[in-house]
Design a protein around this ligand. Structure first.
Ligand code: SIN
Length: 275
């Protein structure tokens, strides 16, 4: 096995592991590496939808997306499609998947099917380091506090994206989570708010809450907490959604990334109640 680190903060590209193999031993090795590096990348893994599902199931029960229609034969798979002329793509600003849910996603397995020659890399950020490096003054203010996360409604997930289709659910979800959660497997502290879904700190007036959240969001965007993956076809990313944030870059500009399709298959694994 060969491991190449992507940045000083997180992420590793792994060679020598076959993702078609969902045996306990193979999964255990992948899980250990994921806990260590937070996001793993694998190239040239031409796995079928069944193989992607089998591997994902090793991490726990699978989650169906609350708003987006899954594939007809594999409802657990959301096919993320950016059409050639689209300048936006799904997941295009920093976020933690589904943090508006009472049990936000544990792990994501994202597999590339069609990739533009340039543009649409995915960035990841390490929220354990974000917590460790947070100013003491802010750490004190958020100690023991919870924040409200809201889903923004179905429209936010489909209306802007021509190729994404809703499943008809129009309910809006809102849940409270600790601002600092403890990772259930590593026991590390994680800064658990994100600029996409976190709206307000509970038991704090709106002005102060906005000030603190904006400072935290700015801090979370520090480039030294990140890594960036340039996709190739049949590549797979497996990430710990509890301790990271991510965004799909929307750098589709004329004469470069614009004019090409980008297609990814996403499977999410159910998480637990953040504590
Ligand atoms: C996502 O936000 O889940 C998708 C990221 C990507 O397609 O790069």
């Amino acid at each position: 096995m060969e491991i190449s680190l992507l940045s000083g903060a997180l992420g590793a590209e792994v060679k020598g592991i076959n993702l078609k193999d969902s045996s306990n031993d193979n999964w255990q090795q992948i899980n250990n590496l994921m806990l260590e590096h937070k996001v793993l990348f694998f190239r040239d893994q031409d796995i079928s939808s069944e193989e992607q599902i089998n591997l994902a199931k090793k991490f726990g029960p699978l989650e169906k997306h609350v708003y987006v229609k899954g594939l007809k034969d594999y409802p657990e798979i959301v096919r993320i499609i950016k059409g050639p002329e689209e300048k936006h793509q799904w997941g295009e600003t920093w976020h933690t998947d589904v943090s508006y849910s009472s049990k936000p996603t544990k792990v994501i397995i994202l597999r590339s099917r069609k990739i533009p020659p340039v543009g649409g890399d995915t960035m990841f950020s390490n929220m354990e380091i974000a917590y460790e490096t947070l100013e003491d003054d802010i750490k004190k203010k958020i100690e023991g506090k919870k924040a409200i996360h809201t889903s923004l409604g179905a429209a936010a997930f489909v209306d802007k994206y021509e190729e994404m289709e809703g499943n008809g659910n129009l309910v809006e979800y809102t849940n409270e989570h600790p601002i600092v959660r403890t990772h259930p497997e590593t026991n590390k502290k994680i800064l658990y708010v994100n600029s996409m879904y976190t709206k307000k700190i509970i038991d704090m007036d709106k002005k102060e809450s906005d000030e603190i959240l904006n400072k935290i969001f700015q801090h979370q965007e520090r480039l030294d907490f990140t890594c960036r993956f340039k996709w190739t076809e049949n590549a797979v990313a497996i990430w710990d959604n509890r301790s990271t944030q991510h965004q799909g870059l929307t750098d589709f500009f004329p004469g470069r990334g614009l004019g090409f399709e980008r297609i990814m298959d996403r499977i999410a694994v159910e998480g637990d109640h953040p504590k």
